[in-house]
Design a protein around this ligand. Structure first.
Ligand code: ATP
Length: 704
């Protein structure tokens, strides 16, 4: 029978694809430990609380509730102000807190006048009920009399006596109607009035944005670029975290704006002077620049705090949001083909200050130091100065670029020395170049008084390479380092100390300063110190000096990468607003291509300069042998005479020698200078013994 049955469903057992599966044993997981309800609830609550929608709803609720609460507070205060002398008291305290005693006296007078007027009003009020009752009786009497009189006239005219009371009754009916209307409306009005009151308070609170900052709408909280108004400045100062300032502003209330001078447009931002209440020092505000900037909805670099001459006053400059990120225009060197320059009289059009005014730097008899982190525009800024000065054909340049990537290549044919490269050999050449400047400086210093010299500018870019150079010369004197025997260091110092008066100047460009790669004595020898973005405040102190940093200079707050070409400058060669210790300048960028073109124009002004690529080293000399030879037959010779005789032997090698050089060479030989009859001398016999003992191996030499 089963054969005759046709199954309408597939017979699983006969399906060839469905081969009997191997029997699988499913091992159940160990039953999970149940999570307690309180833990699950905690997770759920945390998840819900962290949800953006919950936060938005929370903010919304708090915001609108606080609008009502604070609206009530504002209305209450206004009512209190209107009915009492509180306003006058507040103004008086504000003027006192701001130290403005004249205005304080004025408010005190007004307060007294208000109190006297109020007293009079109150006294008048005591007599008012009797007067009112009297006037009411008189008014009702006169009114009724008038209406009855009118009725008599009506009755006489119509010859109908019933009309006498008609006007009076009409008025009574009208009053009855009014009472009915009030009765009808009163109920709902009583019910609705609290609601209307709350609505009014909410509106007052909303207008004043009177809710905690975090609960305010997004567009208010992220109000970047908001225009700077007195109330925003006052709020920002109040929330700065300086207790006496906050309390004084609280006491002043709306009158806090009295602390502010007018808000003036200043370049791509605004400027306002704030007279601080007594008990608040200017540096307390200056130290909180970031917080102030954030309170003003700006970035830190967009707010500058300086100290103007007026006492207890800070000057705030607040950039228009994002304005400092806009590039400034090209340099006049690029745009003006007929550009000319006078090193002594004119200023280099280097860039713009933050107010957008042209910033000019005088180079006249000033050593210069520019530092900054790598790749921030140091070479470009230094080169812009040199390119400008090149338009005065009197200026001679000797340049050592210890990077040697071609940034200074356009000075070939413009500079008399151009060393380009980062190796130890380049450092040796750079050192000899600076020593050449020292020799020239000393020559000039010995010239007759009043002799005029052309400016001679020695530029060392990437100077840190020289200071960090480990190699020593034949006399075992290191080229790098900052010891008294370090050649580069000593040469730079000599120029820093004495070069200015004879127009032999050092311009140094160095990177990422440390005490090792920019020794203190060298950095402090520069008259103009400028810095691009730096990493730390201690670097800013190295770059610009403590005085400038204490006065607010803060290149460490510039943004590496974003503020390329922006320099904080401390110099008497640039106009710095009174009371400030430094000025921030955004320099015009002159690209290498433009620089090459500008250099060609500058070359055209000159007769043709031959550029040396290495400093020529002359014949080698042996100082010990030379000293021995100049001592002659005398038993002892004064050190000063030895120096004079040596310089006659070779002006180039020994012309710049001092007593220290003599001591250095003789040190450890047994023939060191010593005192005889109160004067320093050198003993001939000892020197010749030292020469004999030395043999051939230790011969020191000096280049001529
Ligand atoms: N004034 C400026 N304005 C805008 N950008 C600039 C300015 N000066 C330089 N830059 C940019 O910064 C880059 C680096 O400039 P530069 O080579 O002068 O820096 P540097 O600090 O000397 O670098 P290094 O670390 O190699 O010494 C330039 O290629 C240019 O793009």
């Amino acid at each position: 029978m089963s054969e005759n049955v046709v199954h309408l469903h597939k017979n699983k057992s006969t399906d060839p694809d469905q081969a009997p599966a191997a029997a699988l044993t499913v091992v159940a997981d160990a039953p999970a430990k149940p999570v307690p309800l309180w833990v699950r609830s905690g997770h759920a609550i945390r998840r819900i609380a962290a949800d953006e929608r919950t936060k938005t709803a929370g903010r919304l609720t708090v915001r609108h509730s606080m609008y009502v609460v604070n609206g009530g507070r504002i209305m209450g205060r206004r009512a209190w102000d209107g009915r009492t002398a509180a306003r006058y008291e507040r103004m008086l305290r504000a003027a006192e807190a701001a130290g403005n005693y004249e205005v304080a006296a004025e408010w005190e007078e007004r307060g007294q006048a208000y109190r006297a007027a109020r007293h009079k009003r109150r006294m008048d009020l005591l007599e008012a009920p009797v007067d009112m009752a009297r006037s009411a009786v008189a008014g009702v009497g006169i009114g009724m009399g008038g209406l009855i009189g009118l009725g008599v006239v009506l009755a006489a005219a119509n010859k109908d006596g019933s009309l006498i009371l008609t006007p009076l009754m009409a008025v009574v009916e009208f009053l009855a109607l009014l009472i009915t209307i009030v009765q009808v409306v009163w109920g709902p009005l009583v019910t609705l009035s609290p609601l209307l009151g709350l609505l009014a308070l909410w509106e007052v609170g909303r207008r004043a944005q009177a809710a905690p900052y975090w609960a305010l709408p997004d567009n208010v909280r992220n109000g970047e670029g908001e225009p700077i108004t007195p109330s925003i400045v006052i709020k920002a100062l109040r929330d700065l975290g300086v207790a006496p300032l906050r309390n004084a502003i609280k006491d002043m209330g709306d009158a806090g704006a009295g602390m502010l001078g007018p808000i003036r447009i200043a370049g791509c931002g605004v400027e306002v002077d704030v007279t601080l209440p007594s008990g608040v020092s200017t540096d307390e505000v200056q130290r909180r620049r970031r917080k102030l900037a954030e309170n003003l909805t700006r970035h830190e670099h967009e707010v500058f705090i300086s100290i103007p001459p007026a006492a207890r006053t800070v000057r705030l400059w607040v950039a228009d949001s994002g304005a400092l990120d806009e590039p400034i225009g090209p340099s006049p060197l690029v745009t003006d083909e007929s550009f000319t320059f006078d090193y002594a009289k004119r200023k280099v059009p280097w860039g713009q200050d933050l107010r957008g005014d042209a910033a000019g730097l005088s180079l006249y008899q000033r050593h210069l130091l520019i530092t900054g982190l790598s790749n921030q525009g140091k070479t470009a800024a230094l080169r812009a100065l040199a390119l400008t000065a090149a338009f005065d054909r009197r200026v001679e340049f000797r340049i050592a670029d210890l990077k040697g990537a071609g940034d200074w290549a356009m000075f070939d044919g413009l500079a008399t020395v151009l060393i380009q490269g980062p190796t130890d050999d380049h450092v040796i050449e750079a050192t000899e170049m600076v020593e050449g400047l020292v020799a020239e400086m000393e020559r000039r210093l010995q010239a007759p008084p009043g002799t005029k010299f052309n400016p001679l500018v020695g530029i060392v870019d990437e100077e840190q390479v020289a200071f960090m150079c480990p190699i020593k010369d034949e006399d075992k004197r290191p080229y790098g380092g900052s010891k008294a025997v370090s050649r580069f260091f000593m040469a730079v110092r000599k120029i820093n100390n004495q070069g200015r008066a004879v127009d032999v100047l050092m311009w140094q460009g160095t990177q990422d300063p440390t005490d090792q790669n920019l020794p203190k004595l060298v950095r402090e020898g520069a008259h103009t110190r400028a810095s691009l973005a730096l990493g730390t405040e201690s670097q800013s102190r190295m770059a610009l000096g403590d005085k400038a940093v204490d006065g607010g200079a803060s290149p460490h707050l510039l943004r590496p990468g974003l503020d390329k070409g922006t320099l904080v400058i401390s110099s008497d060669g640039i106009e710095i607003p009174q009371g400030q210790s430094s000025i921030t300048v955004r320099t015009h960028y002159i690209s290498t291509e433009d620089a090459t073109e500008i250099a060609e124009r500058a070359k055209a002004l000159r007769d043709g300069v031959t550029t040396l690529r290495v400093v020529e080293r002359g014949e080698r000399r042996d100082p010990l042998a030379d000293i021995a030879s100049v001592l002659g037959d005398a038993k002892r010779v004064l050190t000063q005479d030895v120096l004079n005789r040596l310089s006659r032997v070779s002006e180039d090698a020994y012309g710049g020698w001092t007593f220290a050089d003599l001591t250095r060479v003789l040190d450890g030989t047994g023939a060191e200078p010593y005192k005889s009859h109160g004067r320093m001398v050198i003993d001939r016999e000892r020197v010749s013994r030292a020469l004999t003992n030395r043999g051939d191996d230790g011969s020191a030499s000096v280049s001529e």
